[in-house]
Ligand binder design. Structure first.
Ligand code: CA
Length: 230
């Protein structure tokens, strides 16, 4: 079932949207605070986002830019909802990366039609449903990791790190590349932070088997069972 995230601080409107989207067969999540949206998107990876322009904490345009800066979230269709009907605002919204733009007040059937269209137009976000390396298996749909028969519990950052490594076994990734890909280009994170998350990833994975994560001195990390050095 496709999930739609409704980001709207007017509760009555959010509930109206939820009711109508559920009638269309979608699963619906509601978030009212701008600064919480990115976390919700990362956790649930919705199939589409209805995003209100005027929100407390962080505006719809800022949220849109933030989501678009994340490599693994940038393909999620976003429809902006706004009371502003000005052409320049529409351009601003679309420039920020929104796929479509609906002005309040809108007709519910029209908005539902836009949701369907944008949902269809969305590229297949997950063509690959599973990745694996040796006995490590990543279920990309459920966002779960297994080692043999064991379920490995990873935080979202460790999950993304592992995914990058497993996608290209043997390839060494620099700390800078991992930082840019996992945290996004515009967010300042100290490069040693990577080491902390790699340590957590190792600890979780190695509970059920040998260490396949290779530290390449002064360079970065790879996943490679053949040559493990510290
Ligand atoms: Ca609002």
């Amino acid at each position: 079932m496709a999930t739609v995230l409704v980001v709207e601080d007017e509760q009555a409107l959010a509930l109206l949207l939820k009711y109508n989207l559920e009638k269309e067969g979608y699963e619906v999540l509601i978030e009212s605070k701008g600064n919480k949206v990115l976390g919700v998107v990362e956790k649930n990876c919705p199939s589409l986002i209805l995003l209100d322009w005027m929100l407390p904490e962080l505006s719809g345009v800022e949220i849109c830019k933030l989501i678009r800066s994340k490599p693994d979230l940038k393909n999620i269709p976003i429809i902006m909802l706004t009371a502003k009907g000005q052409e320049e605002d529409k351009v601003k919204g679309l420039n920020a990366g929104a796929d479509d733009y609906v002005t309040k007040p809108f007709s519910v059937p029209e908005l539902m039609a836009r949701v369907r269209t944008n949902m269809r137009r969305a590229p297949e976000i997950m063509t690959v449903k599973e990745l694996s390396y040796e006995d490590i298996r990543i279920d990309l749909v459920q966002k779960k990791v297994f080692r043999g028969e064991n379920s490995v519990h990873l935080g979202p950052t460790e999950f993304r790190l592992l995914k990058i490594l497993v996608e290209h076994p043997g390839q060494v990734f620099s700390r800078e590349y991992l930082l840019k890909t996992v945290w996004g280009a515009n967010i300042y994170v100290e490069s040693r932070t990577i080491d902390v998350h790699i340590r957590r990833l190792r600890k979780a994975l190695n509970e059920y088997g040998p260490d396949f994560i290779r530290t390449v001195r002064a360079t970065g990390y790879s996943i490679d069972k053949n040559e493990i050095e510290e």
